[in-house]
Design a protein around this ligand. Structure first.
Ligand SMILES: Nc1ncnc2c1ncn2[C@@H]1O[C@H](COP(=O)(O)OP(=O)(O)OP(=O)(O)O)[C@@H](O)[C@H]1O
Length: 251
C-alpha cells in the first residue's frame, strides 16, 4: 500500500529523518513510535506531502507520490487525521464531516467550508456519505448538533469520520490518543480495531506505546531520525535497542 524508501529530511543541516524505509502492506495497521524528537511528525508530514523530502522515494499503491502536493496524494487515497485538527465549532457535526468529502481537492475543501453554491447540488450525496461515516464512528446521534459541544473523545471520532468521508485506502493518524482520558482512549482503540476489521490500512503515530502495542500488526521505532527497530509488538517489546532508546542506557 505505502512504500517509503530511504527518505531523508534535514532542518538547518540537522537530520530530522534520515534514510528511513518502511513498507506498509494492504490491510495492515502500522504503528510508528519513538522518543521526543525522534522524527515521527516529520516522517508523517513527508508521507502526507506537507513537507518535502530531501532524498528518497514515497509511493502509494505503486504510484510515485513524493513530488505530489497533499491534495493529489489525498485523491490517490490518503486520508489524514492531524494532531489538533480543525473543528469548525459553529458548524454541525455532519457539516464538519462533509468537509472531508471535499478534501480530495484543495478548491473543493475551501468551497465546501464556505458552502459555495456550486457545491449545493452535490450536497445531498455528500451528506449521505457523511452520515455513513458518522454511523461507522458511532456519532449518528450527534449529527445535527454543534461540533463545538462535542467532548474531546467524540471530537476525535468526528475527525476520523471526516477522514473516512474521503473514502481512503490508507488512513494516517497523528497521535490520535493524545489528550484523551482512559475511557475515550478505549473507545478510540475499539474504533480503530473496527476499521482494521473492515480492511482499512492504517498508519498510527503515537506517544502512547501501550495504545500502539494493542493495535498495531507491526511497529516501526524511530530514534534520532533513524529506524532502530521494526517488528511485531512482541518483538519490539523485547528489543534491547528500543528499551535503551526509551529508558536510556543502564548505568
Ligand atoms: N520545521 C522544523 N524546523 C526545524 N527543526 C525541525 C522542524 N521540524 C522538526 N524539527 C526537528 O526535527 C527533529 C524531529 O522532530 P519531530 O517533531 O519530527 O519529532 P517527533 O518524534 O515527532 O517528536 P515529538 O514526539 O516530540 O512530537 C527535532 O529535533 C526537531 O527539533
Amino acid at each position: 500500500m505505502l512504500s517509503v524508501q530511504e527518505v531523508s529530511r534535514s532542518f538547518g543541516g540537522v537530520y530530522a529523518v534520515r534514510d528511513v524505509s518502511l513498507d506498509i502492506a494492504d490491510g495492515e495497521v502500522r504503528g510508528v513510535i519513538g522518543p521526543n524528537g525522534a522524527g515521527k511528525s516529520t516522517l508523517f508530514h513527508l508521507i502526507t506531502g506537507h513537507l518535502a523530502t530531501d532524498r528518497g522515494a514515497i509511493s502509494l499503491r505503486s504510484a510515485n507520490v513524493d513530488r505530489l502536493p497533499p491534495h493529489r496524494r489525498a485523491a490517490l487515497g490518503m486520508s489524514i487525521v492531524f494532531q489538533g485538527a480543525r473543528v469548525f465549532r459553529g458548524m454541525t457535526v455532519r457539516e464538519n464531516v462533509m468537509v472531508g468529502a471535499h478534501s480530495r481537492t484543495r478548491a473543493g475543501f475551501v468551497s465546501a467550508a464556505l458552502r459555495l453554491p456550486r457545491h449545493r447540488r452535490d450536497e445531498r450525496e455528500i451528506a449521505r456519505r457523511a452520515d455513513e461515516a458518522l454511523a461507522r464512528v458511532g456519532l449518528t446521534a450527534w449529527a445535527d448538533r454543534q461540533a463545538g459541544l462535542l467532548p474531546l473523545g467524540q471530537q476525535r471520532s468526528m475527525q476520523v469520520a471526516r477522514a473516512l468521508c474521503a473514502e481512503p485506502r490508507l488512513l494516517l493518524l497523528d497521535e490520535p490518543a493524545s489528550g484523551l482520558r482512559a475511557g475515550e482512549r478505549e473507545a478510540l482503540a475499539v474504533l480503530i480495531e473496527e476499521l482494521r476489521a473492515a480492511g482499512l490500512t492504517i498508519m498510527l503515530i503515537e506517544h502512547d506505546v501501550a495504545f500502539v502495542t494493542r493495535l498495531a500488526d507491526r511497529i516501526t521505532v524511530l530514534d534520532l531520525g533513524r529506524v532502530i527497530a521494526e517488528g511485531t509488538p512482541g518483538e519490539i517489546r523485547a528489543d534491547p535497542l528500543v528499551v535503551s532508546a526509551y529508558l536510556g542506557e543502564p548505568e
